[in-house]
Design a binder for this molecule. Structure first.
Ligand SMILES: [Zn+2]
Length: 393
């Protein structure tokens, strides 16, 4: 270290780049160091605020030579991003608080309101290095890879964008839920885990979430044309893989789940899918204490077919849903089969109708119910969704 005069050591050491950044929006096609150089030339240092000493970038108290180390940062980034598949990226950065404060103070003291923050310059310059070394473009709305350079610790945070896969599932069993139940350890399988555990290694992902267009109860089969879903694969390191292979693996897993119509989707589709309210057709196996009186049952379903019912929130879901009365339309109710004390009833109903309650009445909370119109208590033996009426069909 060479000895400095007391005055020089008290001066704030600033480089031309940091001066130029105060005028970043002045002129196009030139860099901040050039802007700084021109400013100093034009001023002959006359209007430079007092207490500033012009130095090289590596000695600058604001940028601390960070722009001269962009290649080093790239090497480190490249090392960490080696196994990540991405086409587009967005660079962000975090600077120490005192750097940003000094940066702002300098721009104020130069009387300029045409500057840019140091992080913006860094993000742009680092993006240029990545583009020149990899040929990959920065993208602002939905980058595959979010890069945050933390200049406090010279570290990188790399986070990839989730992948969304649309599909339709059918569930041919009565013992698994649609999504994971964190609070019930005895049910470890779900549609979500069957799909997710196959997807995780394919995408080298950290986690997954199934977003369904509604859901059926654990003991209800989902047949017919199936239920739409979007599988979210979070923090994937691989973005291109075969959906055909995914379909084959799931359908070949003998888990009683079948998926089809797979395609890559966007995040926006999740909300649309979840908001869908389609009619559904169900097949209900109904059980009575005595043999079914077929004629009486036919009359009972006629009384319900095409009518509205009123359902107070069922007791079984009352801890999760607010207690209110829902008005639901039953488009059609028919008797498919009677055999002894068993009957099979087909119901087409508006989205959100509680079918089990429609049959047994839920202690008078659903009115009218099939038990009520039939005149005897009926129980639900089994329930299947056999069609979801999408697209107004
Ligand atoms: Zn500087």
């Amino acid at each position: 270290m060479s000895p400095e005069s007391p005055q020089a050591s008290r001066a704030t050491k600033i480089c031309e780049r940091c001066i130029g950044r105060a005028f970043a929006s002045v002129g196009t096609g030139i860099s901040n160091p050039e802007r700084g150089h021109n400013f100093l030339q034009g001023n002959e240092n006359n209007s430079l605020p007092e207490g500033l000493a012009i130095v090289g970038e590596d000695a600058c108290q604001i940028c601390r030579g960070v722009f001269q180390r962009l290649d080093d940062y790239f090497q480190e980034f490249n090392e960490q991003a080696r196994s990540i598949e991405f086409k587009t990226y967005l660079v962000g950065s975090r600077f120490p608080k005192d750097v940003s404060e000094m940066d702002e103070a300098l721009q104020r003291s130069l009387g300029s309101d045409q500057g840019e923050p140091i992080k913006r310059e860094f993000n742009r310059e680092f993006g240029k290095i990545i583009l020149s070394k990899t040929g990959k473009e920065a993208e602002f709305s939905e980058p595959d890879l979010n890069i945050v350079v933390d200049l406090n610790y010279d570290s990188f945070q790399l986070k990839t964008r989730s992948i969304y896969i649309y599909g339709v599932y059918r569930k041919m069993r009565r013992d698994i839920p649609q999504t994971r139940w964190i609070h019930k350890k005895d049910i470890s399988t779900s549609i979500e885990t069957v799909l997710g555990e196959i997807l995780k290694p394919m995408a080298q992902a950290r986690n997954y979430f199934l977003h369904g267009a509604g859901r059926e109860d654990v003991d209800v089969q989902m047949l017919g044309n199936g239920r739409e879903f979007i599988m979210e694969v979070s923090e994937p390191r691989i973005r291109t893989f075969s959906l055909g292979e995914l379909e084959q693996k799931v359908n070949g897993s003998r888990e009683g789940i079948e998926i089809s119509s797979l395609r890559f989707a966007s995040k926006d589709e999740v909300a649309t899918l979840k908001a869908a309210a389609n009619d559904k057709t169900y097949l209900v196996k109904v059980k009575a204490l005595k043999d079914i009186d077929r004629e009486r049952l036919l009359k009972a379903v006629q009384k319900l077919s095409g009518k509205h019912i009123y359902q107070r929130t069922p007791l079984r879901v009352s801890t999760r849903r607010s207690d209110l009365i829902r008005d639901k339309k039953l488009q059609e109710v028919t008797v498919e089969e009677t055999n002894g004390n068993i009957a099979v009833v087909k119901v087409r109903a508006e989205a959100g109708t509680y079918i089990k309650e429609l049959i047994h009445g839920d202690d008078g909370r659903t009115k009218p119910s099939l038990s009520e119109t039939y005149g005897e208590q009926l129980a639900v033996e089994s329930l299947d969704v056999i069609w979801i009426h999408r697209n107004g069909e």
